[in-house]
Design a protein around this ligand. Sequence first.
Ligand code: ADP
Ligand code: MG
Length: 355
Amino acid sequence: MQNIKQIKNLKGKKVVVRVDFNVPIEGGKITDNFRIKKGVPTIEYLVKKGATVTILTHLGKDGASDIAPVIKEFFRLSKLPKDKVFFEKNVRSFKGEEENDTKLGKYFASLGEIYVNDAFSVSHRKHASLVAITKYLPSYAGLQIEEEVKQLSAVFKNPKRPFLFILGGAKFSTKMPLIKKYLQIADYVYVGGALANDFIESQGMSVGVSLVDHTISVPKNILNHKKIILPKDVLVESKYGRVVRKIDSIEKEDNILDVGPESVKEIMHYISSSKMILWNGPMGKYEMLGGGTTKDILKYIAKNKNIKSIIGGGDTVQMISEMKMEKKFTFVSTGGGATLDFLANGTLPALKVLQ
Ligand code: ADP
Ligand code: MG
């Protein structure tokens, strides 16, 4: 992968930059500008070296959203001159973007002489503004992608040990490749959140009415792997209200909401004896619990300054952003699905083509 620092001469060059400025907007107002902030350094770098930049981004899922608020916020944050940075329309408003259409790739390429991808969080997608465009221009990674790749690769290339992988959230089937891979790399894999329900059920115990991904059961070699650690107790919504239960005594009306206090103690014990932690996915239904145990455990990691901590996942990172704790960890990834795919496969479709 080539990055923008390797471009020899940028003076007077027209550069097309794909970013992910897909920010949440409510009533015309941006409610979290994190993604725009993260994209500024690459564009500043290019403009300072004498280039003019055309920005490509999507906003919303279907291309219907007008990017005007994003443009305004970008210039407010970057203070770059308006005659140095231009915005193309929402890329998803073009037919063929999501089909990786060659003609559209060629059109995007016609907006400049050099292409830069700085949109890590969508680089797991084969879209025209990410992949097809690279057929027509010399293509480079931006600063944000460079940082993501460097930080996330450290996890599977040279982990500090003991290395603890904490995995929560939902949908076991989508996270199984990660578990498989990190059972080989990490020293311990703690499984919490709704994922733990799949394990508990596959061990033949009841999880009541709790969320389970029934598309697949947990394979024996994962279930019985000695590196796997499961919660010992959980907080459930029961017919008596919220109570803590041991995992072998969950009743048929119970709905598991979070890991229990004994489990939190055990997680903290593993954390304090680790040198590196990779975390993806909350330990419980954090939205309805004001953060629940996930918040407490994140705070505990943040206090342990000598632990290398790498955190990824849409919901997990959203929590950290709401707690204003981004700076308290070694690295907080901007990607959701992209981060998981990168951690599982070591590369992404839109990164492979940057050469
Ligand atoms: P991330 O986006 O960080 O990768 P996921 O999308 O996999 O995480 O999972 C987040 C979701 O998992 C949240 O909506 C959360 O409420 C849910 N979740 C976590 N634990 C449980 C549980 N025990 N029961 C139901 N949902 C859960
Ligand atoms: Mg999510």
